[in-house]
Structure formats: C-alpha cells, structure tokens
Ligand binder design. Structure first.
Ligand code: NBG
Length: 838
C-alpha cells in the first residue's frame, strides 16, 4: 500500500503532486516526503523503522525544503557582487537542527500533523537528535545565534569552522563527581551536512623557508613544508526565519592527502602508511576544552591554522570566481575573528597574497587590515592566547617570518610616534620577551584588524583601559562595542512555545523578527491581572515540565510551587557558583537553628560542565552535590529547600531550563564576565535576575529598570580599590558568624563525613586569597537574596516584574547585534534572495 503510493504521482485531494513532495509545505507533502525518505534513503518501511530512521526521514524532508533556496543563494553569491561576511570561529554550538529548521521554514505545525497521521510524536523525533556540541559555551553559542540572525536578516554569510569528530564531552555524574564521556555525535549519521570532497584545500606544516628572486628579479620567499594535509568542507545550510535566505556553515575536516601512501605500502611499511593517515585526521578530531593556558598545545595551534588556511583559500577562491581583483578583497568580503582562536588568519592572508598571489607587501597589508575585524571575548589573562616562539616557528616557519615583518614595521611606527619610549614598544610588540619568547595572538589580531570590539559596553570599556590600553591610546578610533544578543527564534519561539503563543496573542507575531521594536508592546499588559494570570500559568506549566525532567534524570522531587532559582553556565570560579552554595548553606543553618523560620520555598538548580583539567571547578560540582545530600534529606528542612544539579547542561537540555526559571543567577565578580548571554535567555523567558554590575548585566538592568532587577555586590571600581588596598578575605569572617560557620563546615568535613579534607582546598582558597572576592560580596548577596524571597511571596508584583523584564529585553536580540556589526564594522547591507519570499 505504502509502496504503491510512493510511486504514484496522483494529486487527488490531500495527495501532493510529485514535485511538491520534496518542496511542499503542506502536511500531506511532508508526510509523503517522510515516507519516501524512509523508503529510499533509510531503506526501511514503517514496520521496521527505528526512531532514528524516522528522525532521519523527517530531517531529510526538512533539508530538501532548504535546498532550492540554498542553491539560489549560492548562485546569487557567485553572480552578484554583494559584500559577504566570513565568520571565522573555532566553535559553533548550533544545538539540535531539526526543530530549528522546521520552525524557520515555517513547517513546524505541518510536520507535527504529518507525523501524527503516521502515529508518531514530533517530540520523540526531536529528542532523537544528538546535538553537535562543537563549542565550549557562550562563545560558540553566540556564533550559532549570529548565524541564525545573519540568515534571517538576509546578510550573505559563511560561517567557517572545524568539523570536530568529537565535540564537547558529555557529562555524567557519578557519586557527585563529573565524569567525562566522549561525545560521539556522528555515531548515527548527520543528515544536515553535505561533504564536498572536490572542494578540498591543502594545508602545509613545518619545514623551512627559502628566499629567491623571481624572473623579474623580485625578492620572494618560498615555504618548503615538511608535511601536508587536506581540509574537506562539510556544508550545513542555515535557514533564516520567515525568509528565503539560507546561509552556509562550512566546517572543515582534516584528511590525509593520499589516503594510502603507496610507496610505504610497496616497501612493506604498511603501518607507517596508515599512521600518516591517522596523524592527518587527528587535527579535526576533538574540540579542546577551555581549561588551562594553551601554550604548548601543538595540536591546538595546528587546528587553528588548519581551519583558517582552508577558509581563507576558499574566500579567495569565491572572490576570484566573482571576477574580482584581490586588491579589492576588502570591498567585497568582511572577515570577523571570533576571539583570538582564528587570529593566525592575519599572517595567513598576508602569506597567500604576498607569496602565492605575488602582491606587494604594502598593498597586501592594506587589504588585510581592511578585511579583518576582531572581537575580544575575555579579559581573563589566562585565556589570552600566546604561543611559544619555538613551537610556532617549528610548525609555521613562514608565518613567523611574516609576523616578525609585521612587527618590525609596526614598532618602527611606534618608535617614531613615541621616541625613546621603549617600555611602550615592549608592551605593544607582537612578541613577548623576557622569560621565554611568545607570539601574542591578541596583538596580532588587533594590529591586523580595522576594528576591535568587546561584547558588552562595560567589557569594551575595560578592554580599552586594561588589556588593550596601549593599542587604544595608539588608535582609539579602532575600538567599538557590540553588545551580544541571542536569537528569539530558538530561545523563545522554539523552546518556550506556550509563552510565545501568549505573547503573539496580545501583540501579534512581529516580535519574532523585530524584537527590538515590537516586544515593548507587551508593557501595558503587565498591569492587566488577567494577562498576569495567564503568564503565571505558562510559567507554572513550564515548571511542572522541568520538575518531571529533574525527577527522571536525578531522582529528586521538586515542587513547581517553589521559587526556581537557577544558575546554568560553565563552572568557573569567576562565575561563583560557590557563592550561591555558601548562601544555600547559610540559609540551611538558619533553618536548623530555627525550624519554624519563614522561608520562601526554593529549588536551587545548577547545571554546567567543568573543564576536565580544572580541579577547583570539579570540586565545586561535588560540593553542590554534597550540599544537596544534606539539605534535600533533612526533615527539618522538608520541602522548603531543594538543591539540584542537572547533569549534562547543553543546548538541548536548556529547553527545559530557561522557560521554567523564576530567578536567574548572574553573580560573577564584577569585571570578569565579558558579557554573558545566558542572562539574556533567562530574562527573555520571564526570569528576574539577581546579579552584579558585570558584563551585559549592566545593560540588562538599565533596560528592564533597576526596580525589576536584584542588584548586589562590589562594582569593578570598588573591587579594584579593594585589591589595591590589599584584600584580606579572612577579615570578613570575624564580623560575620554566618559566613564563618559556613566556611568551617566546608573546610571541616561537615559535608564530607567520609573524607573530612575533601573540600578543604575550596575553603582555604577562600580564606587565604579568594581571588574572586566571594567573602567580600557574601553579605550583600545574602541580603539581596532575602529580598528576592520576600518579593516572590507577592505573585502579582512578581509577575508584573517578569512581564516587564520580557517586554524591555528587545534590544538583546542577536538581530540587533548583527545590525550593529553590519553598521559599525562590516559595512554590509541585507540583500534579499531572489529565490522568493516567505
Ligand atoms: C565568553 C565570555 C562570555 C561571553 C561569551 C560570548 C569566551 C572566551 N568568552 O561572557 O566569557 O558572553 O564569550 O561573547 O568564551
């Protein structure tokens, strides 16, 4: 029966015409398309199809619907000469594709209907998808939100990156400890990507350079590499929302040039032949976690150069395909360096232009500087990349020469402008001297870019006054700010459908594409009791759902009527999950002293991964579990407090979390969090924020109004002044018995009866040095958190604040961020895809 239907072209009512099957958006067309794919691609019938077969069949159906638009887009890229953006990023955290693709294509409901006719539930198929975790956290997710906005706004763009075979590890919890499991995301196949082996590029490594004079007598340098690999692009379409634009995510996989070394094979050295293949494939094997400094991680440098070289070769190829001269590259392409990870691009573009395309140095430098923009994402000194000169020169001898030449010319200029100021010269140099010698990648990126930006207003200011101060003094006009944003498509429309529907019912659905202009229309509804009631119901429903998932994954029962107080993000001392823990313990102690104490029932939920080599972060995860053990099982506490650690926090799991939050914890030490983007996702889902004046919190508070934001803690200036005076954390204990007690408990084994010293390193660090000022901020935090609890007891007022938070968050859409980039940095404009409208 099914078979016959597959082969017919009948277009009777409800039956799609043949052509429609691959492109139509009716539920009948989608249903037929699913059945076709199941049959012809998966080689299965409904009787033996596994959930993954069905998932694949639907995924291909969605992909088919992008192809037409995609092909036209590529055609447009070639034939027209609109400026395009190349986003260079070592990380992309795209999240599962299926839901997003259906949503952006406008066929989510039709797909749901088609599946239900087949007796299937869309939710099950969505759960089947393994997310591509090709990033560590905020930086990678930002790149993904930007890809969504670029496509939605109609900016031609290619996201370039690495197709890691293993992404960020999966986190399991065993006995309260994090255990890392390999992320085998490609195990069941990836229907979203198209490999293009014919478009592969060669990438060289090692060896030496030779100077020579060409036929015209010009001085030239030739790089004689020691080994070569190739990069094969895997293309994933990125559909915009409600538009025909489909952009391209192009990720490179490393392979051996010859998959088999015949010489070695013939001489009987089979193993070394295979070995070469393995060594080449290692480059794109695994994503590096963002832990300790990277100096010395050879493979990491190889990864960076690998993907940058492939990407730039591809950019030049596209540019030349368009029939344009390379000296005009910057007029037609803008390349953005997402942090310093791709900053070797500055030297690589110079090499390609000068050595390969024989351009003179000055023209090449002009083109290079006007092509790149550099986004800085952190002020933490340990995250600013630098490479040992020896390691660098060994792997990239020609690039080192080029960097020396860039540096020589750059420092000559400095010496001319600041005669005799050798201190300044040393600070600005691309090469760090003293101790060992290093290449400073942030300096290379800054010198080689026309614009440098931070990711929140405060962060951009701090960049100018701290890590890039000398560069700012040199060329202040280079510096700007683009505050981060998040895409409302995934973070509201897809992951919080009940809230999205409620909003659209009142203000229409224009907010989905024009968040900044439209969302504020919600404001008057904050005063409508009926609307508040509906709002609360949505939140409650989301909380019930999270409670069910928590129960299933941790066994812990939490009440949807309690205040959901949530901190999800990477575990790091500067983010201060342990400040949250100190407070929970203090609250627990208060209840123990006075079991009748009136406290607002609270569920404290944590989630996040710790870098595998970051001891303190892993200990914090254990600490959260230990506190949970005590608090969750104490009859004096009852249901008033629950502490939960949600394992394996990632994009997919976050769909339960942001929509259910009442309170968002954004409590980093002021000056440490560049921006934060989780803070935006929470707030856009109706959570109120407790936070410091750090990163984008500052702007969020400005936007939502200070009366709707729970502020605590030292400011950047106060924190600096405190450090300058000489911070002595132990002095805070004398005047604060609650804090003393908590610290004693942590350090003294109260939470770890089996091993009394388990948490001593944490307690001692706080006591002796406390680099992130937890003890200084503790009381202010605890007081503020008390105000939260009291506030929550007035549901009407709380809901009002929640609605206002959402209504006033419009500017934190990544669409706004991308418009800022276009205007301030890329000088690009949207173009529409001739492929059709919606
Ligand atoms: C992170 C910052 C966050 C910021 C994201 C995105 C790095 C190096 N930086 O505060 O810590 O929100 O980048 O800009 O991952």
């Amino acid at each position: 029966m099914t078979e016959r239907k597959l082969l017919t072209t009948s277009s009777t009512k409800g039956d799609p015409a043949k052509g429609e099957i691959r492109t139509g958006s009716s539920s009948a067309a989608i249903k037929q398309s699913i059945l076709d794919n199941l049959h012809f691609i998966q080689g299965r019938g409904p009787f033996n199809a596994t959930p993954n077969d069905w998932y694949m069949a639907l995924a291909y159906a969605a992909r088919d619907r992008m192809m037409d638009r995609w092909v036209r887009w590529i055609e447009g890229m070639r034939s027209k000469q609109d400026k395009f953006v190349g986003y260079l990023s070592a990380e992309y955290l795209m999240g599962p594709h299926l839901g997003n693709a259906l949503l952006n294509l406008g066929i989510l409901d039709a797909a749901r209907e088609a599946l239900s006719e087949l007796g299937l539930d869309l939710r099950d198929l969505l759960m089947q998808e393994e997310e591509p975790g090709l990033g560590n956290g905020g930086l990678g997710r930002l790149a993904a939100c930007f890809m969504d906005s670029l496509a939605t706004l109609g900016i031609p763009a290619i996201g370039y990156g690495i197709r890691y075979e293993f992404g960020i590890f999966d986190q399991k919890i065993q006995d309260g400890w994090q255990v890392e499991l390999t992320d085998k995301w490609l195990r069941l196949g990836n229907p979203w990507e198209i490999p293009r082996p014919e478009l592969a590029y060669e990438v060289d490594f090692g060896g030496h350079t030779e100077a020579y004079h060409d036929e015209e007598g010009r001085y030239r340098v030739r790089w004689v590499p020691h080994w070569k690999i190739k990069g094969v692009p895997y293309d994933t379409p990125v559909p915009g929302y409600g538009t025909a634009n489909v952009n391209l995510l192009r990720l490179w996989k490393s392979e051996a040039i010859e998959s088999f070394d015949f010489h070695a094979f013939n001489t009987g050295d089979y193993y070394s032949a295979v070995h070469e293949k393995m060594a080449s494939e290692t480059i794109s094997k695994v994503l590096y976690p963002n832990d300790e400094p990277e100096i010395g991680k050879r493979l990491r440098l190889a990864q960076q150069y690998f993907f940058v070289s492939c990407s730039l070769q591809n950019v030049l190829f596209i540019h030349q395909l368009r029939g344009l001269g390379l000296e005009r590259l910057h007029e037609f392409v803008s390349l953005q360096l997402n942090d310093t990870h791709p900053s070797i691009a500055v030297a690589e573009l110079m090499r390609l232009l000068v050595d390969v395309h024989l351009m003179d140095w000055d023209t090449a430098w002009h083109v290079t500087k006007n092509t790149f923009g550099y986004t800085n994402h952190t002020l933490l000194p340990e995250a600013l990349e630098k490479w040992h000169l020896g390691l660098f020169g060994n792997m990239l001898p020609r690039h080192l020469e080029i960097i020396f030449e860039i540096n020589r010319r750059f420092l000559d200029e400095i010496r001319e402008r600041f005669p005799g100021d050798e201190g300044r010269v040393a600070r600005l140099s691309l090469i760090e001297e003293g101790g060992g010698k290093y290449v400073r990648m942030a300096h290379l990126a800054t010198v080689g870019s026309h614009t440098v930006n931070g990711v929140a207003a405060l962060h951009s200011e701090l960049l100018k006054s701290t890590v890039l101060k000398d560069f700012y003094e040199l060329s202040p006009e280079k510096f700007t700010n683009v505050t981060n944003g998040v895409t409302p498509r995934r973070w509201m429309l897809l992951y919080n459908q009940p809230l999205a529907r409620l909003i659209s019912r009142r203000i229409g659905d224009g907010w989905i594409r024009r968040l900044e202009q439209e969302l504020q229309k919600l404001e008057p509804w904050a005063d409508d009791p009926e609307f508040r009631d509906e709002w609360r119901k949505v939140k409650h429903r989301n909380k019930v759902q999270l409670a069910a998932v928590v129960k299933e994954r941790t066994g812990i029962e939490v009440s949807p009527d309690s205040l959901y107080d949530i901190q999800v993000k990477r575990i790091h001392e500067y983010k201060r999950q342990h400040l949250n823990v100190l407070h929970i313990l203090a609250l627990y102690n208060r209840i123990k002293r006075n079991p009748a104490l009136e406290v607002t029932p609270c569920t404290f939920l944590f989630g996040g991964k710790a870098a595998p080599g970051y001891f303190m972060a892993k200990l914090i995860i254990k600490l959260i579990h230990a506190v949970g053990e005590v608090v969750n099982n104490d009859p004096d506490v009852g249901d008033r407090l629950k502490v939960v650690f949600f394992p394996d926090f990632n994009v997919k799991n976050s769909q339960w979390i942001y929509p259910a939050a009442d309170l968002s914890e954004q409590i980093s030490t002021a000056g440490k969090e560049a921006s934060g983007t989780g803070n935006m996702k929470f707030s856009l889902n109706g959570a109120l924020t407790i936070g410091t004046l750090d990163g984008a919190n500052v702007e969020i508070r400005e936007a939502v109004g200070e009366e709707n934001f729970f502020l605590f803690g030292l400011t950047v200036e106060e924190a600096n002044a405190l450090r300058d005076r000489g911070y002595r954390p132990w002095e805070y204990l004398g005047s604060n018995p609650d804090l003393q007690e908590v610290l004693d408990q942590i350090g003294g084994g109260f939470l770890s009866p089996g091993d009394k010293n388990l948490f001593k390193p944490l307690a001692e660090t706080l006591f002796h040095s406390d680099p992130y000022l937890l003890l200084a901020d503790f009381q202010s935090y605890a007081d503020c958190r008390d105000r939260v609890g009291i506030s929550y007891r007035d549901p009407e007022e709380w809901t009002r604040k929640s609605i206002l938070n959402v209504a006033r968050m419009g500017r934190f859409s990544s669409d706004r961020s991308i418009r800022d980039y276009c205007q301030k940095i890329w000088k690009t404009k949207p173009v529409s895809n001739p492929g059709a409208e919606k």
